[in-house]
Write a protein of this length. Structure first.
Length: 410
């Protein structure tokens, strides 16, 4: 029995025991049973990953000579696979690369979409390593009611937002599956190798495929696996097959890479390391993640200052009490308050965040006041992004998306 088959069987046993209590977390759906959101400790146990501890955070700080990113300090990136092994390579001055991606299902990204990119950029700057970013426009064609041409167009629109995050074009290759796969035989060969290693029963067990799913869906996981291998990018890595990658992603994407990690040794490739983030909750509460299909659940990067203000004031779930008097007496619940949760993602100052938590929990700060702080923070984040996006020209997009040698020599 392979490692993936064992994990699938273990997950089925665990899910049968606690079917009514378990959160539903997979690459296409995230629904929590609790107002506080997903139970990440249970999810770590279910998925078989390892919790990020202070030892790992301190080691990253030591090797990068930088203050750990707020996402690490606050447990937003909370789980990992093989990070210590990757850092062993860093200590020996051996290379690795970063791989992350985006499924372009909408023209405008929301705040949840940029969380992995914010952290990936920090990792790239801190470790000075190459980065590949996959746009899975083929996946969105297969899963959504989109024509191929529209899925591809959305990918290019999303690339503008990704470039606006500040990535260095000398260190970064961005590609659309629809555009790249046909031009790179090495990428396609790795897809085929993965496909041959994974049976339909395994794919069904990992991803929950059913008899009515089209065959494109069943083969798609091999496409998301292929960028984990350096040989898929000969223009960057030459003929090197032994350079591992680190994949920053939300933990709902982990099933793809459990499969990849099982297959990699059979192909004589290194296993990808992973670092997982929590989910960015919907405005209405942490039971679901923010969704691009529901405009009122999300703050989009295209929203105006007034739209941001109105959405937060109208829709952001409050952990406060029903009346001012009761709130002053009992205080608010930061564990369910969406304004506080969003501030943990986007407010850089740890001391200010801790003071807000104390004041809101004690009742000194009211719901309207914490929402006002969040509105100001997010208006600045979105406005800055919009200005950066305006600077992204078709020529710049072409530079990022053209297969080419990056600044590194391998």
């Amino acid at each position: 029995m392979t490692e993936v088959e064992k994990q699938v069987d273990d997950m089925k046993i665990e899910e049968n025991k606690n079917d009514e209590e378990e959160d539903d977390v997979n690459p296409w759906s995230v629904v929590s049973k609790s107002d506080k959101g997903v139970d990440y400790d249970k999810l770590i146990k279910r998925f078989g990953s390892t919790k990020i501890d202070q030892v790992l955070i301190d080691r990253i700080a030591l090797l990068t000579k930088q203050t750990p990113h707020r996402f690490l300090r606050r447990g937003i990136f909370f789980s990992q696979r093989d990070m210590h092994r990757l850092l062993d390579r860093v200590e020996k001055q051996k290379p690795f690369f970063l791989y992350t991606g985006r499924g372009p299902s909408s023209e405008a990204l929301h705040l949840g979409h940029i969380v992995p990119f914010i952290f990936t950029k920090w990792l790239q700057d801190a470790f000075d390593v190459p980065l590949v970013i996959q746009l899975t426009d083929d996946e969105k064609f297969l899963w959504k009611d989109l024509k191929v041409e529209e899925a591809n167009r959305l990918a290019i629109e999303n690339v503008k937002d990704i470039i606006a995050m500040g990535f260095d074009k000398d260190k970064t290759f961005i590609f659309s599956d629809i555009n790249y796969i046909g031009s790179c035989s090495e990428f396609y060969k790795n897809m085929l190798r993965v496909q041959k290693c994974v049976t339909f029963n395994q794919a069904r067990g990992i991803f929950g495929f059913v008899d009515t799913d089209c065959i494109g869906k069943i083969s798609f996981p091999s496409i998301q696996a292929a960028p984990s291998f350096s040989s898929s990018f000969p223009h960057i890595f030459g003929n090197k097959k032994d350079i591992p990658c680190l994949i920053p992603c939300a933990i709902d994407q982990d099933p793809y890479f459990r499969m990849t990690r099982d297959v990699a040794p059979r192909l004589k490739y290194p296993k990808p390391a992973l670092i997982h983030s929590t989910f960015f909750p919907a405005l209405q509460g942490a039971k679901t993640k923010m969704s691009a299909s529901d405009a009122n659940s999300s703050i989009f990067l295209t929203d105006t200052k007034n739209q941001i203000k109105n959405k937060i004031n109208k829709y952001a779930f409050s952990g406060g009490c029903a009346t001012i008097e009761e709130h002053r007496e009992k205080g608010g619940d930061c564990d369910v308050d969406i304004s506080y949760q969003y501030l943990t993602f986007f407010l850089e100052d740890d001391e200010q965040l801790e003071k807000i938590k104390q004041d809101y929990t004690s009742g000194k700060m009211l719901t309207g006041e914490i929402k006002k702080v969040l509105i100001e923070v997010l208006q600045e984040v979105v406005a800055t992004h919009q200005e950066n996006r305006k600077l992204v020209t078709p020529e710049i997009i072409k530079e990022f998306m053209t297969p080419r040698k990056l600044k590194y020599t391998f």
